[in-house]
Design a binder for this molecule. Structure first.
Ligand code: NAD
Ligand code: MG
Length: 390
């Protein structure tokens, strides 16, 4: 029996994780749940899975939950301290890190420092603080299992092989909803169009990141730290069918790939059950029905975010944290109708340009760079947006 803490239980990954827990009750027990919003769903999850510990964003939400659950209420905490308590709960064996954005960093680090294995969906943890996170993983002797489908595919394609034999990693990308749009067409795309991903059903932020291809850029950075390979050994191929989840090319030219239908339950289950595989109740992959798997090179002139991510990775230090923070603010502004789709890379590029990267020694260095980048991105957006009535 494994005891789980699920950080971000009301999100897309959190809900899929709980479906796996529900399907394998003899293997998994929920010890802790945390959520940022959607208290109604969180309350349902608490009643069904009976965690010992819960954390929400504010004391007001915690109080509302306590009142609503009455004598059935578990320990209900709030704020970052609450997240940390859940992530490092003494009974927890593995922490599913599925908060969205840089907010996932501190609780994920707390889990690692507490000696917990981590099933990592929150790629922003490795994007913003990769070297510090991997140092802590090694020092504490814990396992970091990738949940991101590309990284799970690479993890699986590396099994039984020698790290020294790897030539490069090839991350696949669906290309998102705008794969075939021209630059001129991209100028006017709307948030609802950008949210409609062709293959995957995901949270709002990662859906926009997929449309701009920043998601792939963040995944390149994630792969750099997870698999200890430099940027020039991590390639991206557009693969619109999302069947080949990623590949490893070896020095003899052999390429090993992992394939499957696009369903996040597969990589989540593997992260939870490694090295075993769970008999999941999913439709099989029918390659004959698909008939075509195609691949093409990404176009960085239309999807500039991918190039920005490579640039931040090569700069190193605080640059990826700044890239990530600027992206979070720009995506939010796009969703609020404050900036256009093509403003997203423009804004991030300008913020990166103005940032003098510093080396990373402590998590505080990351948090400071993150805060400063959020402020300068917000300022840039406010300065450029026409004021009311003008
Ligand atoms: P989501 O928006 O659906 O859910 C996010 C969860 O985090 C929710 O429970 C939300 O309440 C919580 N949350 C949001 N802001 C918070 C904050 N400031 N503090 C605490 N909790 C907060 O997101 P998602 O699509 O499930 O993605 C979660 C993470 O997994 C992201 O890092 C994403 O990049 C990664 N990921 C997602 C998918 C996918 O298919 N959805 C695939 C690969 C990787
Ligand atoms: Mg992915």
């Amino acid at each position: 029996m494994k005891n789980l803490a699920i950080l971000g239980s009301t999100g897309s990954i959190g809900v899929s994780t709980l479906e796996i827990v529900a399907a394998f009750p003899q293997r998994y027990r929920v010890t802790a749940l945390t959520a940022g919003n959607n208290l109604t769903l969180l309350e349902e999850q608490i009643r069904r899975f009976r965690p010992r510990c819960v954390a929400v964003l504010t004391e007001a939400s915690a109080e509302r939950l306590r009142r609503s659950l009455g004598p059935d209420a578990p320990q209900i905490l709030c704020c970052v301290e609450g997240l940390i308590t859940c992530a490092s709960h003494p009974e927890v064996d593995i922490v599913v890190s599925a908060i969205v954005g840089a907010a996932g960093l501190v609780p994920t680090m707390a889990a690692i420092e507490a000696g917990k294995d981590v099933a990592l969906a929150n790629k922003e943890t490795l994007v913003t603080a990769g070297p510090l996170v991997m140092e802590a993983v090694a020092r504490r002797g814990v396992r970091l299992f990738p949940v991101d489908s590309e990284h799970s595919a690479i993890f699986q394609s590396l099994e039984g092989h020698r790290h020294g034999d790897v030539r490069r990693l090839i991350l696949t990308a669906s290309g998102g909803p705008f794969r075939n749009r021209s630059l001129a067409e991209l100028r006017n795309v709307t948030a609802p169009e950008a949210l409609a991903h062709p293959n995957w059903n995901m949270g709002r932020k990662i859906s926009i990141d997929s449309a701009t291809m920043m998601n792939k850029g963040l995944e390149v950075i994630e792969a750099r730290w997870l698999f200890d390979l430099e940027a020039d050994r991590i390639a991206v191929h557009i693969h619109p069918q999302s069947i080949v989840h990623s590949m490893v090319e070896y020095v003899d030219g052999s390429v090993i790939a992992q394939l499957g239908i696009p369903d996040m339950k597969m990589p989540i289950a593997y992260a939870l059950s490694y090295p075993e595989r769970l008999p999941l109740d999913l439709p099989p992959l029918d390659l004959c029905a698909l008939s075509t798997l195609s691949f093409e090179a990404p176009d960085l002139s239309r999807f500039a975010c991918l190039g920005l991510a490579y640039r931040a990775l090569r700069t190193g230090g605080t640059a990826p944290a700044v890239l990530n923070a600027a992206n979070e603010i720009a995506v939010e502004a796009f969703l609020n109708g404050e900036i256009s789709f093509l403003d997203i890379p423009a804004v991030i590029g300008e913020v990166l340009e103005g940032h003098a990267a510093q080396p990373l020694a402590y998590i505080d260095d990351v948090l400071r760079a993150d805060r400063a980048a959020r402020t300068s991105t917000r300022r840039l957006i406010d300065r450029n947006s026409p004021s009311e009535g003008s």
